[in-house]
Design a protein around this ligand. Structure first.
Ligand code: SAM
Ligand code: SF4
Length: 349
């Protein structure tokens, strides 16, 4: 019997509705990123084109279905759920989903419920999110310069975003600011952005741009390798590796001069797939076991079948068999088609 077949048999032995999710490379899945909409009120140039085609609303799962899906994952050992999008806070009544899922915290199997947001609507939701059990939020912010923000997101929304960040802090939410490092765009501003985040008491994380979806701009022109950024930061600051784990792919350093923590998400310059504990589900219930792969399992039909629990368990078992070992993003060919046609706004981050 081949090694893969042996591993497959071992995984299948585990297949029941409460068995933990372990893939054929022995990685245990404990983290679900659940997209609740692909829609967004911004149009970040690295994420989507101005004229984006969104999914028909009828294809999107209801909040009840999203809740049922999430609880199915909790039953299989998922302890951390990140609600994402698109922009999750543009979905009507989304706080109801947080409130329902929050009941699984405190001994109900879920250890952390969190979200990734662009913060445009956060000021109006921060207190309710805290009440629902959210304690940490990831906020995407690539620049503190209003004109640059408008150029990057194609919307003049920086004041709202800053209000949202302040409201999160006031509500008691711990904030991590995520910035995509973009060549010739926010490249020179990154140290100031990090210093500001640390001054405000927030962690900061830098991300390498990934070739997902057609975005009008040339990907290679956007791409800034983070090992170059780190070298430049080290000319200015003392960075010391830190073993902190946030449950995601970031590797952290402490910045002695600011007293803050800085993460690097480096799909290109340093692969992080060995420890991958994540699955992603889109707002239409498509499960992607790898952000950088085309493998997909349809959970919506499982959910809408006569035996949702059994079908969902079977779909998750199948996913464990097809989760690839690693992604194979390439960022070295000018004019190349996107590595994958789907945009990051489908699967969230
Ligand atoms: N709208 C929310 C936000 O922006 O925080 C959540 C969804 S957004 C798709 C999640 C994260 O993905 C953001 O931090 C964003 O900067 C990042 N992102 C989007 N497109 C990306 C790309 N092509 N490469 C790398 N990161 C990307
Ligand atoms: Fe919207 Fe987030 Fe994509 Fe920006 S990165 S367009 S905020 S989904």
């Amino acid at each position: 019997m081949t090694e893969v077949a042996t591993r497959t048999r071992d995984v299948l032995k585990l297949a029941d509705e409460a068995a933990p999710l372990v893939d054929t490379f022995g990685r245990t899945i404990s983290y679900l990123r659940l997209s609740v909409t692909d829609r967004c009120d911004l149009r970040c140039t690295y994420c989507m084109p101005e004229r984006m085609t969104f999914l028909p609303k009828r294809d999107v799962l209801s909040l009840e279905e999203l809740y049922a899906l999430a609880t199915g994952f909790i039953a299989r050992g998922v302890t951390k759920i990140r609600i994402t999008g698109g922009e999750p806070l543009v979905r009507r009544d989304i706080v109801d989903l947080f409130t329902a899922l929050g009941r699984h915290l405190d001994g109900g199997g879920l250890q952390e419920l969190t979200l990734t947001t662009n913060a445009t609507q956060l000021a109006g939701h921060a207190v309710a999110l805290y009440k629902a059990g959210v304690r940490r939020v990831n906020i995407s912010l690539d620049t503190l310069d209003r004109a640059m923000f408008e150029r990057l997101t194609r919307r003049d929304a920086l004041p709202q975003v800053l209000q949202g960040i302040a409201a999160a802090k006031d509500a008691g939410l711990r904030v991590k600011l995520n910035a995509v490092a973009l060549k010739g765009v926010n490249e020179d501003e990154l140290p100031d952005l990090i210093a500001w985040a640390h001054e405000e008491g927030h962690d900061a994380t830098l991300i390498e741009v990934m070739p997902l979806g057609d975005v009008e701009e040339e990907r290679l022109d956007q791409y800034l390798p983070l090992n170059d950024v780190r070298a430049r930061l080290e000319d200015r600051w003392t960075l010391t590796d830190n073993a902190h784990q946030s449950g995601g792919p970031a590797r952290y350093v402490d910045v002695a001069e600011t007293g803050g923590r800085l993460g690097f998400i480096t799909p290109h310059t340093s692969n992080f797939c060995d420890g991958c504990n994540r699955l992603r589900v889109t707002a239409t219930g498509q499960l992607y076991p790898c952000l950088g792969g085309g493998e997909r399992v349809d959970l919506r039909s499982a959910l809408r079948s006569d035996d949702p629990q059994g079908q969902l368990a079977a779909a998750l078992d199948k996913t464990m068999l097809i989760k690839p070992e690693r992604h194979h993003f390439r960022m070295d060919e000018r004019g190349a088609a996107p590595h994958l046609p789907r945009h990051m706004s489908m699967t969230g981050g």
